[in-house]
Ligand binder design. Structure first.
Ligand SMILES: NC(=O)C1=CN([C@@H]2O[C@H](COP(=O)(O)OP(=O)(O)OC[C@H]3O[C@@H](n4cnc5c(N)ncnc54)[C@H](O)[C@@H]3O)[C@@H](O)[C@H]2O)C=CC1
Ligand SMILES: O=C(O)[C@H]1O[C@H](OP(=O)(O)OP(=O)(O)OC[C@H]2O[C@@H](n3ccc(=O)[nH]c3=O)[C@H](O)[C@@H]2O)[C@H](O)[C@@H](O)[C@@H]1O
Length: 491
């Protein structure tokens, strides 16, 4: 089949390459000419394991091409996938749909034969039906398109495997013909047994919002348990293992720590809540505010513990940071909790040296002030404290005995609860975590508190916006820009 993929960012580049991989002729389209140039040369514009090979293979076979022209896309494709970004609006927590709308208004007048437009971006419920009437108004005589929604469920770091072997495919269609077309697009996956759920567009749009809300809820739930564990001297990792053995609960997305970031879960739960309010059912998902609030609180807890570990003041302290991406196996630093903590420490006067296996370049573009080290050993040299903020596998392989002589004081805060703490302690390090007891009682009850601080104070934000303040019931969910989002950790 002849497919176009419009918007070749993380989702679109992977989708385009994987559609070519399963045998379609694919044309990728983006307004960013430099991205298109890289992709056309078979090279991914971002780090994603496995993407380089399938991109290169399919570009060389001629099945995958790229352009910046929507007119060319209209001439080429029978099915057009929309994969452009739907970020949080700057003036509200709702989704900004201007890129989706720009694609539809730019493409439709060129559609001289009837085709199918399939949205994959994450959008508020009701978008498909709204766009269908936009298309009807812009379609040329005898041409135009039907619209369907088929949300993407990729995870960064596993995007290729998620695209080629998804847990499920969800098709929100307005006609049986659109259903048939989508079944043909995904035929090899259906043959391989991937569940395919055909439904109406509203349900398909809501599936995506519900899935990300559930994942965010699970992560914030375990982080709330971590706070309780800290206060009670209990161990959140064992707690997660124990409840995770219950197959109704499951262990995945129960890793307590610095919380969720990236450009999806945070903006998706805010956009979902905003849409629910528009629909008059805001109360039904009011709990998502608390999910967001718990999540942002982990950034502050991390900074509080770091400050406490160096004696109450980060100013002038040498802080080594291991990991700044929002998760391992990604170079994405957009709304990264790790980068938020880094910037907050910088604002408190800490001297930062940062290492990340893949994200340093992107981090430097947002936060140029710190030093960026070529390896972990250089990053920790002379450090007063090491903050382990993103759980890359190479950090778990570090030899704590070899690192101990390099630092000024062997102290590490493992904000992802991913290191082998007993091994680090045996090598002379003071190790702190989020939600796990410290032998000898240094942590124990209320471990994350500053000296003399009442427990309630540690879980309360000062008044402020979404990025840095109280996201409780009365606060408005504002939309932080990149730089503002980094200031998500109030002192
Ligand atoms: N990144 C991921 O793994 C997943 C993302 N999603 C959703 O997919 C959507 C896209 O996300 P990402 O790929 O992460 O965003 P992104 O920001 O990496 O990529 C979006 C791309 O769209 C391009 N674009 C913007 N306006 C355009 C236009 N008018 N015409 C052509 N191209 C245009 C941009 O230049 C950019 O390359 C979002 O709604 C996101 O929530 C859904 C599942 C997984
Ligand atoms: O809508 C999207 O675009 C995607 O959003 C997430 O994918 P992604 O953001 O790539 O990453 P996740 O693996 O879900 O991690 C999100 C954040 O949660 C954090 N996390 C994850 C799991 C966990 O146990 N604890 C935890 O803090 C990660 O560090 C990361 O910051 C979803 O997992 C995908 O299914 C979805 O398609």
């Amino acid at each position: 089949m002849r497919l176009t993929v419009i918007g070749t960012g993380y989702l679109g580049a992977v989708h385009a390459a994987c559609m070519a991989e399963i045998g379609h002729d694919v044309l990728g389209v983006d307004t960013d000419a430099s991205k298109i140039k890289k992709l056309a040369a078979g090279s991914p514009p971002f780090f994603e394991p496995g993407l380089g090979e399938i991109l290169d293979r399919n570009v060389r076979s001629g099945r995958l091409r790229f352009t910046t022209s929507l007119r060319e896309a209209a001439d080429f494709g029978d099915v057009h996938f929309i994969c452009v970004g739907t970020p949080q609006r700057h003036d509200s927590p709702a989704a900004d749909l201007r890129h989706v709308d720009a694609v539809v208004t730019g493409l439709t007048p060129h559609l001289h034969r009837r085709c199918l437009i399939v949205g994959k971006s994450t959008v508020p419920v009701g978008t498909t039906v709204r766009l269908a009437s936009l298309v009807d108004g812009l379609a040329p005589e005898g041409g135009g398109a039907e619209i369907a929604w088929n949300p993407g469920f990729l995870r960064e770091g596993f995007a290729v495997q998620d695209a080629l072997r998804p847990d499920r495919l969800v098709a929100g269609v307005l006609s049986a013909q659109a259903d048939q077309t989508l079944r043909a697009v995904y035929a090899p996956m259906l043959t391989a047994g991937v569940p395919y759920l055909c439904t109406d567009p509203a349900t398909a749009e809501l599936v995506k919002a519900a899935a990300n809300s559930f994942l965010a809820t699970k992560i914030s739930f375990i982080n709330a348990m971590a706070e309780v564990c800290d206060a009670a001297g209990a161990d959140v990792a064992t707690l997660a293992d124990a409840i995770g053995h219950d197959t109704r609960i499951g262990r995945r997305c129960l890793s307590a720590g610095l919380g969720f970031g990236g450009r999806r879960l945070p903006k998706d739960i805010r956009a979902f809540a905003a849409r629910a309010r528009e629909l008059g059912v805001g109360n039904a998902v009011e709990f998502l505010r608390e999910i967001d609030s718990i999540n942002l609180r982990q950034r502050r807890r991390t900074l509080d513990i770091a400050r406490e570990l160096v004696g109450g003041d980060l100013s002038g302290r040498r802080v080594a940071i291991l990991g700044v991406t929002f998760k391992p196996d990604s170079d994405d630093v957009r709304d990264s909790p790790a980068l938020a903590v880094a910037e907050a420490a910088l604002l408190e006067g800490a001297q930062l040296r940062i290492h990340d296996p893949e994200g340093a370049e992107n981090a430097r573009a947002v936060l140029p002030e710190p030093e960026y080290a070529p390896d972990a050993a250089t990053a920790v040299r002379d450090a007063d404290i090491v903050l382990h903020l993103t759980e890359w596998a190479p950090y778990r392989a570090l030899d704590p005995a070899a690192l101990a002589p390099l630092v000024r004081t062997p102290r590490i805060l493992d904000a992802r609860n991913a290191l082998n703490a007993p091994r680090w302690r045996a090598a002379g390090w003071t190790v702190r975590t989020l939600g796990r007891p410290t032998p000898g009682g240094a942590a124990g009850p209320a471990a994350s508190l500053l000296p003399g601080q009442h427990p309630a104070a540690a879980v309360r934000h000062p008044a402020g916006d979404m990025a840095g303040g109280d996201a409780g019931a009365s606060a408005d969910w504002t939309a932080p820009g990149d730089r503002e989002a980094l200031r998500g950790v109030p002192k």
